[in-house]
Design a protein around this ligand. Structure first.
Ligand SMILES: Nc1nc2c(ncn2[C@@H]2O[C@H](COP(=O)(O)OP(=O)(O)OP(=O)(O)O)[C@@H](O)[C@H]2O)c(=O)[nH]1
Ligand SMILES: [Mg+2]
Ligand SMILES: [Zn+2]
Length: 314
């Protein structure tokens, strides 16, 4: 049987099986699912798994099916990539105008964590004003070709427009902690019940981060994966060329780099990306984002590679 994971807590998974229309509680057979060695938590909300039922509502997971898309970040403590949500049609990167303030660097990093699907960039809390500088940086994403929308969960501004963008799709809501992901999800999916936002967590003293696991929710034709916010978001470990590819504005110049496809755009003579930067055709702050991420990838090595090296020396 095939199931789609809707909730994952402590290696216990809730899955929905389309074949028989039932929910199952699943565990991994033999406790380990052997996949990429550098991936922590091999199953994420949205993953499709093959499982063997052993009762009407329980089963054992045998394997994970290939993902069509994912939102994957680097987990610095575990030194591994961690997929937060999988198989969605699009990712909505949620930012906020204030509390926390708009952080374009965070947004640039979030864009590099998206694999295989579309992106919507949402500015929540637009009941607060952006400074002119913040607004220009925000509007840049529109110029780069991204779909952007400013909303307010508090005043309700543009919520219907946001719903239109979500209609008929599964969307993962990702972003910094406190930007209002769960508030928006509640407003769209479950306006009556109101679960899991910050005020509730304060009441129960559950700490700063309200949402502590990803959760699949749906209403009508809208399906959303609400994910836990993070304070920092780091680029996943992968080929550096993948990083450059997530800077969409580089592509048209990169083809003219005299180093060809191997150009890292970090200082090679004859780099057309750097020339475009100098000519004011590429935003300097975006380029700074790129350089920062490039350097952080240089310093990064998955823990398992180091461990293997140690083993070889013994
Ligand atoms: N002013 C204003 N406040 C908002 C808006 N949307 C959400 N908030 C507030 O922002 C705070 C954080 O909202 P959450 O929905 O818990 O944020 P989150 O992104 O889910 O946070 P994590 O679960 O930690 O990732 C709450 O106190 C909300 O009431 C908005 O549009 N305007
Ligand atoms: Mg939340
Ligand atoms: Zn170059």
């Amino acid at each position: 049987m095939i199931g789609r994971i809707r909730k994952a807590i402590n290696n216990v998974y809730d899955a929905w099986c389309a074949q028989d229309g039932r929910h199952y509680t699943l565990r991994i057979k033999g406790k380990v699912l052997r996949l990429d060695e550098w991936e922590y938590n091999p199953l994420a909300v949205g993953d499709d798994v093959e499982f063997t039922p052993y009762s009407q509502d329980e089963g054992l997971i045998i394997r994970r099916l290939a993902r069509s898309s994912s939102f994957t970040r680097w987990n610095i403590k575990l030194e591994k990539n961690q997929t937060i949500a999988a198989n969605m049609d699009q990712v909505a990167i949620i930012t906020s105008a204030w509390e926390p303030p708009f952080r374009p660097r965070f947004l640039d990093r979030a864009l590099t964590c998206v694999h295989g699907c579309d992106v919507i960039i949402v500015m929540n809390k637009c009941d607060y004003d952006l400074t002119q500088e913040e607004f220009d940086r925000w509007a840049l994403y529109h110029k780069l070709g991204y779909r952007i929308i400013a909303v307010s969960a508090r005043s309700g501004e543009n919520i219907d427009e946001l719903k239109t963008l979500l209609e008929g799709k599964t969307t993962a809501f990702v972003g910094q902690s406190g930007v209002g992901k769960s508030t928006l999800v509640n407003l769209i999916i479950d306006p009556e019940r109101k679960q899991a936002t910050n005020s509730i967590s304060e009441k129960y003293q559950r700490g700063r981060h309200t949402t502590n696991h990803s959760l699949y929710l749906e209403r009508g034709a809208i399906a959303i994966i609400d994910t836990p916010g993070v304070r920092e978001l780091l680029v996943p470990y992968e080929e550096k060329s993948v990083l450059a590819a997530s800077f969409v504005e580089f592509a048209r110049y990169a083809a003219d780099c005299s180093y060809g496809p191997d150009c890292t755009h970090t200082g090679e003579p004859g780099c057309a990306v750097i020339r475009a930067l100098e000519d004011g055709l590429i935003d300097p702050d975006r380029y700074t984002s790129y350089l920062g991420m490039y350097q952080s990838l240089d310093e990064r090595k998955p823990g398992y590679l180091r461990n293997r090296f140690r083993k070889n020396k013994q």
